[in-house]
Design a protein around this ligand. Structure first.
Ligand SMILES: [Zn+2]
Length: 305
């Protein structure tokens, strides 16, 4: 019986490896999670804390050493009790960073208004992080500001010892959050199956693109920073996402480790805007037109309506 189990397990491992055999180049990657404690609509059958625990369990199972959770404290006002998410995140040993209080786009008001929105979030971070460093900013919508905003905000961040939590890769998980919740509410299992299939196809494409982009722009695999969101759908898909990252050669590191690479030096004129590798390609004139497309979530928002 034991040898049969080993044989079956061995076959499964070979099959999994075969699916990703094209490129086994190892790479460092930090996992980050946005919109704590509340991302998107409610998920039937899963509380906000359940979603956080799904995340934590999957991250621990894959030996991910750290996952920054980026907080919008307005969520605690909107859903009283959701601060429990921040407690379990910290109890798991994971840090919290700043995603602004309200999640407004930096371009929606003056630079001073955006800076005030960062400051408004700090009391919550101080409460849960204590003496640990929480001076990381993830820009809402990955928008670091147009010409009228960027430099003023960047100067403020530097003066207040904030680092930008840049992003190099993502799989459009946010695009599935509310659609999945609607499909689940009406128990539309056929649509849910399509959502899972589409998402995982996007994960596979996203991993291929991530590797190809890094080679095209830097000529090497830079440490990656993955953007995810704390939604019900993302939380139940995370184990399979991590399986696929594992199979692709992922070595999980902290955000500090990833951003110690010169690629994250924040010296470029649009630091923090959009996705790091695409932005750097644009700024350095690198041709990435041959790099395969990544995740594509077009049409997902129209499902289960
Ligand atoms: Zn966000």
């Amino acid at each position: 019986m034991k040898s049969l189990l080993i044989a079956v397990a061995g076959f499964a491992m070979m099959a999994a490896a075969g699916a990703h055999a094209a490129d086994k180049t190892g790479f460092d990657i930090a996992i980050t999670v946005d919109d704590l404690p509340v991302h998107g609509s409610a998920t039937p059958g899963l509380s906000r804390v359940d979603i956080a625990n799904n995340y934590i369990n999957a991250l621990k199972a894959h030996k991910v050493p750290q996952a920054y959770g980026f907080v919008n404290a307005v969520g605690i006002q909107r859903e009283p009790g959701s601060e429990e998410v921040l407690k379990v995140w910290r109890a798991a040993g994971f840090p919290l960073g700043n995603h602004t209080f309200t999640h407004n786009n930096v371009n929606s008001g003056t630079p001073e208004a955006f800076e005030a929105d960062i400051v408004a979030n700090e009391a919550t971070l101080q409460t849960y992080m204590g003496g640990n460093n929480w001076h990381y900013l993830r820009f809402p919508f990955l928008s670091a500001g147009d010409a009228a905003h960027h430099d003023a905000v960047k100067t403020w961040l530097d003066a207040h010892n904030y680092r930008i939590a840049d992003v190099s890769a993502g799989f459009d998980d946010w695009a599935y959050t509310d659609t999945y919740n609607r499909c689940l509410a009406r128990n539309d299992q056929a649509s849910i199956a399509i959502l899972k299939q589409r998402y995982l196809a996007g994960v596979d494409a996203g991993i291929v693109r991530m590797k190809a982009l890094s080679q095209a722009v830097y000529g090497r695999m830079i440490p990656q920073v993955l953007l995810t969101h704390i939604g019900g759908f993302a939380s139940i898909m995370l184990p399979e996402v991590l399986n696929r990252l594992d199979a692709a050669g992922a070595h999980y590191v902290t955000l500090e480790q990833a951003e110690s690479d010169p690629a994250y030096a924040e010296t470029d004129p649009r630091a923090g805007d959009g996705s790091l590798m695409e932005r750097t390609a644009y700024e350095t004139g690198k041709d990435i037109s041959k790099v395969p497309a990544g995740a594509n979530s077009a049409g997902i928002d129209g499902m289960c309506r």
